[in-house]
Design a protein around this ligand. Structure first.
Ligand code: PLP
Length: 363
């Protein structure tokens, strides 16, 4: 037996064979494998902001002289800035290296072997990822044909070992929101309910005001999408104060970089600019949706986020995805029993829509 097999036996049994999270393809790995140069790749596969971040962020980062100093582990200023933006007390806020890591910390805090987490599938795969890493069991409740959650079945699935309920609104990859009354009905079960609003700025829908009323409601947000900071990794959550203290305790020290903190400050000082970009993306989402509807073999679903989910009615979605990739247009491809063979297309600039449509028509 090789040395690595020797130590492999010592891996936690619940992680043996763990498959991880399948992230979107990065243009760097496609160099030489597609018909265009890396710079000309049209990236519509990870719901990133095609306009980039605020120019104020770039300027402030270039001027920063303190990258040699650790950021404040207590996130004092950061929590205050985020609290002002979210309209909640600073003691409720915890920031993370992307909102992904806050999902992971929540799982650390609430989930252990034997515990159950209720999930409404298809949805964002990190809920599964973090639950399984902590040894928990995912209770998957199917959404309906239009991807609405099934409140009745969610409530019926609650048992003595239920520790968390995840709800993404808008949902990734399907783009639909959850009606607030459904969210309230689930919150009223009293269990910790995590409402993931990573795409809030595109939907305009939030349950944030309910955080003062319900002590079991947690709301997660991200700067990756609306503020164009996916590469800097910054997200935040609003928690009941006692849970926020625990989150601060279980998080990795200095989990938000000095650069990310600067980026938050400058983004929040440039809200009007960023809001203008969000509005341009929302406008382009309508145009893209209308154009996709004209393609007979695609069925786009209405979206409140910065991407459009499309069922592929004819042809092989996997082949289409690869052919688009070869032409330098990256979209997200799904092949699983719930999503069947389908594509998720991030909303880009008008020129990106044109490149995508041209590639789709020439397939
Ligand atoms: C529903 C949802 N939640 C959370 C995230 C994570 O965002 P972040 O970049 O802040 O980790 C994403 C990213 O795609 C998402 O789609």
């Amino acid at each position: 037996m090789s040395e690595s097999n020797g130590i492999e036996k010592l891996i936690q049994p619940h992680l043996a064979g763990f498959t991880g999270y399948s992230a979107s393809t990065s243009p760097d790995v496609l160099k030489g494998k597609v018909d265009v140069s890396t710079d000309d790749i049209v990236k519509m596969n990870a719901n990133e902001n095609p306009y980039g971040c605020s120019p104020r962020v770039l300027k402030a980062l270039a001027a920063c002289q303190t990258f040699n100093i650790y950021p404040d582990d207590g996130q004092q200023q950061l929590r205050k800035m985020l609290a002002d933006y979210a309209g909640v007390p600073a003691e409720c806020i915890v920031a993370g290296h992307g909102s992904n890591t806050l999902i992971d910390y929540l799982a650390r805090l609430f989930v252990g072997p034997g515990d159950e987490v209720i999930n409404s599938v298809p949805t964002f795969d990190i809920y599964r990822f973090s639950t399984e890493i902590c040894g928990g069991t995912l209770i998957n409740i199917n959404r309906d044909g239009n991807f609405a959650i099934d409140v009745k079945r969610i409530k019926a699935a609650i048992g003595p070992n239920t520790k968390l309920i995840f709800l993404a609104t808008p949902n990734n990859p399907t783009g639909n929101i959850i009606p607030p009354k459904d969210i309230v009905e689930i919150i009223e079960t009293g269990l910790p309910v995590v409402v993931d609003e990573a795409y809030y700025e595109f939907s305009g829908e939030t349950v944030m005001p309910l955080t003062t009323k319900y002590k079991n409601l947690i709301v997660l947000r991200s700067f990756s999408k609306w503020a164009g900071l996916a590469g800097l990794r910054i997200g935040y959550g609003v928690f009941p104060p006692r849970i926020a203290s625990y989150m601060m305790a279980v998080k990795i020290p200095h989990n938000v970089s000095v650069a990310a903190e600067i980026a938050v400050r400058e983004s929040l000082a440039d809200i009007d600019y960023l809001q203008g970009r969000v509005e341009a993306i929302i406008k382009e989402r309508t145009r893209l949706y209308n154009e996709l509807q004209k393609i007979s073999w695609l069925k786009p679903y209405p979206s409140r986020a910065n991407f459009i989910y499309c069922a592929v009615l004819q042809g092989n979605a996997g082949d289409i995805h690869l052919k688009l990739q070869k032409k330098g247009v990256l979209v997200r491809y799904f092949d699983n029993p719930l999503l069947k063979k389908s594509l998720r297309i991030s909303v880009g600039k008008p020129a990106h829509t044109r490149a995508l449509l041209k590639a789709l028509r020439n397939i």
